[in-house]
Design a protein around this ligand. Structure first.
Ligand code: PLP
Length: 442
C-alpha cells in the first residue's frame, strides 16, 4: 500500500493550484452537459455567484450563533423561503444540513425520539418505505436502530399504498414517500400515504430532496404535479436539497417540520461538558458558513422568476430527451415522469453496454437495475446538449449487442453481474470491499 507524507517544505501557491487543476484531467466533463446526475448546473452566471458568495463566508463557522449571527440570519431566511415553497406556514420550522442524507437522518432521528415519547411501549420501532426510496433512508434506519420494511411500487413505479398498509405492524412509527424518486423520477401518492399516517397517528416524512426546489416551479408553470408537501394533511417533515435544483455547491439541504414541537426531537444538547453547554440543531458540529451564504445568495439572485425560467429550461430539456428516446424503437422511457428526472431501458439492446459505448463518446450516464435502466437527472444546461446527446445515442445503438448478450465490455459486464447476482448479500459485500479498497493511496 502506498503512503504519502507531509512534504518537508511547502510548494509555491501557483504550483499547488496548477497541480490541483491537473487532477481534474480524468474527471467527467460536466460543464457541457455530458453528465446526468451528481451536478446540477444552471449556467455560468449562477456558478460565478455561488462561488463568490461562498468565498465571502468561506471560513466562518455555523456552529456558533453567538459568534456569527450573520449565518443564523441567512439560515433562517433560507429555511423560511424553502418552507414557503413547500406549503409550510408560520408554524413550519427547519434547518440547513449538509445534504439530503443528513436531512433524512435528522427527520428519522426526530421521528424516533418523538415515538419514544408518544408510544413508550414500542421498543423496536419500524418504518414502512417504498423500494424506490433513496438508500439514505436505509442508512438512517441502520444508524438509528430502526427496522425498515420496504414495499413494492405499482406498475407506474409509484408507491403502492395498499402494500404499505399491509406492511404496517404494531411497531410502525414512520411512513415515507418521495417526490421525486431518484431511480425513475416519480412522485409518490403522498395524499394517500398522508391518509394512512393520519389514521394511525404515524410520522410521515416526504423526501423532496430531489424535487423540493423543482416541483413548486413546475407546478406554477402549469405542469401536472399533485400535492406532495405540507399542504397534504399528515405530512410531518420534508427534506429538500438546495445543492440540487438550487444549484449551490455540495453540502446544503433543508430539513423542515410542520411545527416547532416536532423539531425539538431533532436537537441535541449536552449540559455537563467542561467545555460548556453544547447544543446543535443537526448532526454536524462545525458547519461551513460558505454553504449557507451560497444558499442565501442564490435565492436572492434568481428570485421566483429566475427559478421559473430555469425550471422551464430543465423540463423542456427533459421532454426533448424523453421524446427523442421514445422515438427510438429500441429504447423506452420508464413510466411517465412529470419532472426533470427519468430513466430509460430496452428489451432489445444491452443497456449497460449502451452506457459504456456512450461513455466512449464522452457521455456519463449511470446504470441502474431492478429493472435495468439508465439514469437521467436533467439540468437547465442540458437544453443546449440534448440534440447532440440524441444524435450520439442514435449512432451508438447499432453498435450495441442484444439485451441478453454475454459479450460485454468490462464495465457493462461488471454492472450486469452485480445487478443480477441472486445472492444480494454477496453484492453488498462486494460493494463494501470496493469502497474499502478505493480509499487508499495507490
Ligand atoms: C430522492 C433523494 N433523496 C436523498 C438523496 C440523498 O442526497 P445527498 O446525496 O445530498 O445526501 C438523493 C440524492 O440524489 C435523492 O435523489
Amino acid at each position: 500500500m502506498g503512503r504519502i507524507s507531509l512534504p518537508e517544505n511547502g510548494m509555491n501557491k501557483e504550483d499547488v493550484l496548477s497541480r490541483l487543476e491537473s487532477f481534474k484531467s480524468d474527471d467527467v466533463k460536466w460543464h457541457d452537459g455530458q453528465l446526468f446526475g451528481l451536478i446540477y448546473e444552471a449556467g455560468q452566471d449562477v456558478e460565478d455567484l455561488v462561488k463568490e458568495a461562498h468565498s465571502l463566508f468561506l471560513i466562518e463557522n455555523g456552529l456558533s450563533p453567538m459568534a456569527f449571527p450573520s449565518l443564523v440570519k441567512m439560515e433562517t431566511e433560507v429555511v423560511s423561503i424553502v418552507t414557503a415553497l413547500s406549503g409550510g406556514d408560520d408554524e413550519t420550522v427547519g434547518n440547513i444540513t449538509s445534504g439530503g442524507t443528513e436531512s433524512i437522518f435528522m427527520a428519522m432521528k426526530a421521528a424516533r425520539d418523538w415515538a419514544r415519547e408518544t408510544y413508550p411501549n414500542i421498543v423496536k420501532p419500524e418504518m414502512v418505505v417504498p423500494v424506490t426510496a433513496h438508500p439514505a433512508w436505509n442508512k438512517a434506519a441502520h444508524y438509528l436502530g430502526l427496522k425498515i420494511n420496504m414495499t413494492p411500487v405499482k406498475d407506474d413505479l409509484r408507491a403502492d399504498v395498499a402494500a404499505m398498509e399491509n406492511a404496517l405492524t404494531e411497531n410502525t412509527i414512520i411512513l415515507g414517500g418521495t417526490a421525486v424518486t431518484y431511480p425513475h423520477g416519480m412522485i409518490d401518492p403522498i395524499e394517500e400515504i398522508g391518509r394512512l399516517a393520519r389514521e394511525d397517528n404515524l410520522w410521515l416524512h416526504v423526501d423532496a430532496c430531489l424535487g423540493g426546489l423543482m416541483l413548486p416551479f413546475l407546478k406554477k408553470l402549469g405542469n401536472d404535479i399533485g400535492p406532495y408537501d405540507f399542504s397534504v394533511p399528515g405530512v410531518t417533515s420534508i427534506s429538500a436539497d438546495i445543492h440540487k435544483y438550487a444549484y449551490t455547491p455540495k453540502g446544503v439541504s433543508t430539513v423542515m417540520y410542520r411545527k416547532r414541537d416536532f423539531r425539538k426531537f431533532q436537537i441535541f444538547a449536552y449540559a455537563d461538558w467542561p467545555g460548556g453547554v453544547y447544543a446543535t440543531p443537526c448532526l454536524a458540529g462545525g458547519r461551513p458558513g460558505g454553504n449557507i451564504a451560497a444558499a442565501w445568495a442564490v435565492f436572492q439572485y434568481l428570485g421566483e422568476q429566475g427559478f421559473l425560467a430555469l425550471a422551464k429550461k430543465a423540463r423542456t430539456a427533459a421532454e426533448k430527451l424523453m421524446d427523442g428516446i421514445n422515438a427510438m424503437p429500441q429504447l423506452c422511457v420508464l413510466g411517465e415522469p412529470r419532472a426533470t428526472v427519468f430513466a430509460f431501458g430496452s428489451d432489445e439492446i444491452n443497456i449497460y453496454e449502451l452506457a459504456a459505448r456512450m461513455a466512449e463518446r464522452g457521455w456519463h450516464i449511470d446504470a441502474q437495475h431492478l429493472p435495468p435502466s439508465l439514469h437521467m437527472t436533467v439540468s437547465p444546461i442540458h437544453l443546449a446538449a440534448a440534440d447532440k446527446f440524441l444524435v450520439d445515442l442514435r449512432h451508438t445503438i447499432p453498435e450495441v449487442p442484444p439485451a441478453d448478450s454475454e459479450e460485454l465490455s468490462e464495465p457493462a459486464a461488471m454492472y450486469a453481474m452485480l445487478g443480477t447476482m441472486p445472492d444480494r448479500k454477496m453484492a453488498k459485500e462486494f460493494a463494501v470491499e470496493y469502497i474499502n479498497d478505493l480509499y487508499r493511496v495507490s
